[in-house]
Write a protein of this length. Structure first.
Length: 439
């Protein structure tokens, strides 16, 4: 694609980066075939190619974001399906980040929209606040339809996403690290994830148990904060950088500080961002070298388990698992077969639904900010999943887990919970209940 940025514009690093990305696009349109919003809405401006044109136009003319560009960028899920389809290697992820930042800096948002975004930004990344709000939210849940009537349907969606049962355990004191330290073969940091540790603490528990059992010592940094994904997807790069710097300090205070064998991440939405810290902090002199180390250490739990040749201690037979591939894992990190191989090695019958490359509509806060599209994508995903008659649905991202759970009574669990079960841990609670009911 030809671009016509002036030399002066190209002196700005972000514009230079955008220019390089834009020039790799061939306008071929292959990406439109796998873009969820284009499939659903059929509008070229809701396709990757259409959005690329809108971004190019906006940045080249160095003009404030107009309503049209903002509207269609807001409808992008950042699922990155377009990146795995693109034959030319267009780096849509970083182009979208640049565009979102420009939109945030120059576009217009109503007071109502800014209020909703500010609520999300000030609650979701903080486990204690989120937990408190969820308890409070349960009181309001029966009245959620009132929020729709007063034009705040985002609050209705938030209330609907609150699970029926809330975890009560103390966030920082729940891992049973019971093996003598001397027997540990490896030492890793486990990233807890801000939303995950509140919504489904059993995922981190299962991960710690499983790793301990296989001779891996698990360390958690009390200074860990949100990975920054939430801010980044809202175009708030400065806030995202603050989170990233905080975490680099938490995990690697200096280049000579104690090194770990890996930084284990069980929420793939966070994993995609942490693996990209070296890019996010590329211009931060004090942090760049350390962010490179952190990004290199970051690994999804399924990748790590394969790398240490994980072998389940027993085979669980007769359980039909539909594996839902989170976009952040499949497209963002290109981790596709590892979770399926691991589950099969544990005896599970694993199936993948058709359109496994299409997003479930979760996409960070997308299910709250774009509820109409999100629900359509969820229901489409569920149609494909339920046609396979699963006993349980497995996935590797808390966002997908929450989104899919909101549309079905079939238990939805993290892959690692099933692997923990197959190696001596408990059966995931929701699955246990379902199996007991069926017995
Ligand atoms: S597939 Fe890649 S090169 Fe083709 S239009 Fe889409 S982004 Fe551009
Ligand atoms: S990130 Fe997803 S929704 Fe956005 S343009 Fe690419 S494929 Fe479409």
């Amino acid at each position: 694609m030809q671009t016509r940025f002036s030399n002066e514009q190209l002196r700005v690093e972000k514009i230079q980066e955008a220019n390089e990305i834009l020039r790799t696009c061939l306008h071929c349109g292959f990406c439109t075939a796998t873009c969820p919003t284009y499939k659903l809405l059929g509008d070229e401006r809701d396709s990757p190619r259409g959005r690329i044109y809108l971004i190019k136009e906006m940045l080249e003319n160095n003009r404030p974001a107009d309503a049209q560009t903002q509207f269609h960028m807001d409808r992008c899920l950042s699922c990155l399906s377009c990146m795995t389809t693109c034959p030319s290697g267009v780096d849509y992820m970083h182009l979208a980040d640049i565009a979102r930042q420009h939109i945030e800096d120059t576009g217009y948002r109503s007071i109502r929209d800014r209020f909703i975004r500010s609520v999300l930004k000030n609650i979701l990344p903080y486990p204690s606040r989120l937990k408190g709000m969820m308890y409070l939210g349960r009181l309001f849940k029966p009245f959620r339809h009132v929020f729709s009537k007063i034009g705040l349907k985002e609050f209705k969606i938030m209330l609907e996403l609150i699970p029926a049962k809330l975890a009560t355990k103390n966030i920082k004191k729940r891992y049973d690290v019971s093996i003598d330290k001397k027997t540990f073969l490896k030492r890793v940091i486990l990233m807890e994830g801000c939303v995950q540790q509140v919504l489904r603490p059993s995922i981190n528990e299962a991960t710690a148990r499983l790793l301990n059992r296989f001779g891996v010592e698990v360390v958690i940094s009390p200074k860990e904060a949100c990975c920054g994904a939430l801010a980044l997807h809202m175009g708030q790069e400065t806030e995202a950088k603050i989170s990233a710097k905080n975490n680099v300090d938490a995990w690697l205070p200096n280049l000579t500080s104690e090194r770990f064998d890996a930084l284990i991440i069980t929420a793939s939405g966070c994993g995609t961002v942490v693996k990209d810290y070296d890019h996010l902090l590329a211009e931060e002199e004090e942090y760049h070298a350390r962010s490179k180390v952190v990004s290199k250490l970051a690994i999804d739990i399924s990748e790590f388990l394969e790398s240490v040749n994980f072998q389940p201690s027993r085979k669980i037979s007769g359980i039909r698992v539909v594996y839902h591939s989170a976009c952040s894992l499949k497209h963002g990190q290109r981790v596709t077969e590892e979770p399926i191989r691991l589950l099969r090695s544990a005896g599970f019958e694993v199936f993948e639904p058709i359109e496994s490359h299409i997003c479930c509509g979760s996409a960070g806060t997308y299910n709250i900010l774009q509820p109409d599209i999100s629900v359509q994508l969820r229901d489409r995903k569920l149609d494909h999943i339920l046609s396979l008659e699963p006993d349980v649905i497995a996935t590797g991202n808390i966002g997908c887990l929450t989104q899919i759970s909101s549309g079905t009574n079939i238990p939805v669990v993290h892959t690692v919970e099933l692997l923990d079960w197959a190696s001596g841990g408990p059966c995931p609670f929701s699955l246990k209940e379902t199996l007991e009911r069926k017995a």
